[in-house]
Design a protein around this ligand. Structure first.
Ligand SMILES: [Zn+2]
Length: 278
């Protein structure tokens, strides 16, 4: 495959060293011209078990850090871990008998650990959010408290927060909450965004329609697959080759400026990383 003369970052993908392809997926990404990866830990219950304490979060994060380091060696650029707590953990915990307040506290402990991996270790950013499905008010309120806590601790260490949330386009209120906690909205990234999300920075799922919409807005944006590396669900999401393929398509369509925006300028602005360096 011919070299593309641009860095290519997949802003949100999972590598599962326990059940999935792990670094092999990173190799497929690199073979198609991909250079940089933000690797998200899978939910604790997919990787280890339902997280109820600090130790389980650490186990989960350590597995992700390890596979990310191995993936980094396969790239001409590099890979970073993005660590955090899946918002659906709250439902798992409540189903297991915890109150929403207890579940919130456990999840906030997980965010403390994730932030420690940013401040003292290898992680680039943290992940939080709120359920993408209907929940009752007590769970919704507790989830919003967890998310606001993520903004607070991220502001303390100066890192970005990736958000997993419900669908929709207007997340202005969430961006305002981040700012109220001291985190600039430019460091809040809405994972799995359509092209027209507003409020946080959009991490656009690499479909051609969503990408066109994002480009038309003129806003900063990132690109992602949300590849889940799950052998039981092949094709459930986009594969690891998709972002490089879409970049090739964008360049063919003449969107050179948008490619630079998504793979150089926005990553620099959000995470403070320089993807033009190996
Ligand atoms: Zn994901």
């Amino acid at each position: 495959m011919d070299e593309l003369d641009t860095p290519i970052l997949d802003n949100h993908l999972h590598l599962d060293p326990v059940n999935g392809r792990g670094v092999e997926a990173a190799e497929a990404f690199a073979d198609h011209g991909g250079t940089h990866l933000n690797v998200l830990n899978k939910p604790s219950w997919d990787l280890v078990e339902v997280a109820t304490d600090e130790g389980i979060f650490r186990e989960c994060f350590d597995l992700t850090v390890e596979v990310t380091e191995a993936a980094s060696e396969r790239l001409s650029g590099r890979a970073w871990p993005v660590l955090g707590v899946h918002p659906a953990l709250i439902s798992q915990l409540v189903d297991d008998g915890y109150t929403p307040a207890q579940a919130r506290d456990i999840m906030q402990t997980g965010l403390d650990v994730a932030t420690e991996y940013v401040a003292e270790g290898p992680a680039l950013a943290i992940k939080s959010g709120r359920p993408h499905y209907e929940v009752d008010d007590a769970i919704w309120d507790a989830s919003n408290e967890v998310m606001r806590y993520a903004f607070d601790v991220a502001a303390e260490v100066g890192c970005a927060v990736q958000l997993h949330t419900e669908g929709g386009e207007d997340f202005t209120e969430v961006a305002e909450w981040a700012e109220a906690e001291g985190l600039p909205r430019q460091q809040v990234v809405k994972h799995f965004s359509g092209g027209n999300v507003c409020g946080p920075i959009k991490s656009v799922i690499a479909n051609t329609d969503d990408l066109r919409d994002a480009i038309e807005t003129g806003d900063p944006f990132l690109m992602e697959t949300d590849y889940i590396d799950d052998p039981d669900r092949p094709g459930a999401v986009l594969g690891p080759k998709t972002v490089p393929r879409r970049v090739r398509w964008l360049l063919d369509e003449g969107y050179d400026e948008a490619v630079r925006r998504a793979h150089v300028e926005t990553p620099a602005r959000v995470y403070g990383i320089d993807t033009t360096l190996a």
